[in-house]
Write a protein that binds this ligand. Structure first.
Ligand code: ACO
Length: 323
């Protein structure tokens, strides 16, 4: 008897306040035209004063539970991918657990910056298949704009706040190789950390710090690393890009998405793009884009989804799953 994890529902949440490129052009020397041409971004959402990452995560998780037809009592594992936790400790996932009123199982955070959701999904999938838990909330949520240097035009135009979540459940039985959550490839290369990092931390400066990035150098690695991870998941399964119903990438920059899609022969109409509306919401961007695809009626039960991400670390990866 084999064990396989399945996605039961998706949900997402975006804070109300919207900051447009035109608003940003009043704050730093930039323009709507530059931002759109170089990134595809038009606007981003900004968390309200006092709104925490765990609030955003809880809202997204509640919607995913509702979509799955489940209640918090059905969940025994919460993994929250975030770079912007409420507090240094405890894990923000435990705040989500408390806000949802869950008193059993376990909750913890995963930190892999923009790749965090895929790392969390791979972790939850493995723990479920190992028989440690039954049903998990896998969440990506960020108040990323709180670690932005609003005077640095090279980074402040790129990011936004938000959250997304999926509910996954493990089942026992005989399964076709391409049912449910199929496979993941997750990778890191710590030698490149100086190209994308935050210049603060608990044990270094004792401050929170701000995002620093050599954007054009990160860009060059992104397409190559992402393409390699995608090729790895396809090679492992024997599936090809022609089998994919929807490509749901991390939403950092539309030029990166276009580059990867072109390299892998994925047609434009199969690519889910939300970066124009949300900007880069780091660990939240994949579940936000996935939920958008589901709720707009594009991605349906049975569709084969390919997802990828690349972020600080460097960290990167790809996942393949059927809805
Ligand atoms: N408005 C106007 N001009 C700008 C802006 C801005 N907001 N930002 C930079 N510029 C200028 C630069 O100063 C530079 O000017 P110069 O030629 O006079 O020196 C010029 O525009 C070109 O700068 P580049 O950095 O070479 O521009 P590029 O085309 O590479 O675009 C960008 C920059 C959008 C950051 C791009 O490199 C990118 O998206 N990189 C990848 C980001 C990414 O994927 N990160 C990983 C995920 S994030 C995470 O993990 C937290």
């Amino acid at each position: 008897m084999a064990r396989r994890s399945f996605i039961l529902g998706t949900g997402s949440y975006l804070p109300e306040r919207v900051l447009t490129n035109v608003d940003l052009a009043k704050m730093v020397e930039t323009s709507d035209a530059w931002i759109q041409e170089r990134t595809g971004i038009r606007q981003r959402h900004i968390a309200a004063d006092g709104q925490l990452t765990s609030d955003i995560a809880t809202a997204a998780a509640s919607r995913a539970l509702e979509a799955a037809g489940l209640t918090p009592a059905d969940i025994d594992l919460i993994i929250l991918a975030t770079t912007t936790p409420d507090r240094t400790f405890p894990a923000s996932a435990t705040a989500v657990q408390a806000k949802l009123g869950i008193t059993r199982g376990a909750a913890f955070d995963v930190q892999a910056v923009c790749s965090g959701f895929l790392f969390a999904l791979a972790t939850a999938d493995s723990m479920l298949k190992q028989g440690l838990f039954t049903r998990a909330l896998v969440i990506g949520a960020e108040t990323f704009t709180r670690i932005i240097d609003w005077s640095d035009r090279g980074t402040c135009v790129l990011f936004g706040d938000g959250g997304g979540a999926v509910v996954i459940e493990v089942r026992e039985g005989e399964f076709a190789p391409d049912e449910g959550i199929i496979t993941h490839h997750i990778r890191t290369d710590g030698s490149k950390s100086d190209l994308l990092y935050v210049d603060g931390g608990v044990s270094s400066t004792g401050t929170i710090g701000h995002v620093r990035m050599e954007g054009n150098r990160v860009f060059k690695h992104a397409v190559a690393n992402i393409s390699a991870a995608i090729e790895a998941v396809l090679d492992e399964t024997g599936l090809t890009s022609a089998d994919i119903d929807w490509f749901v990438p991390h939403q950092a920059n539309k030029r990166i998405l276009d580059g990867v899609a072109k390299k892998l022969n994925i047609p434009e109409d199969k690519v889910v793009i939300t970066v124009d509306q949300h900007a880069n919401t780091s660990a939240a961007s994949i579940p936000l884009a996935l939920d958008h695809a589901v709720r707009t009626g594009r991605a349906k039960a049975g569709d084969l989804i390919l997802s990828e991400a690349m972020g600080g670390g460097f960290s990167w990866g790809a996942s393949l799953f059927r809805l």
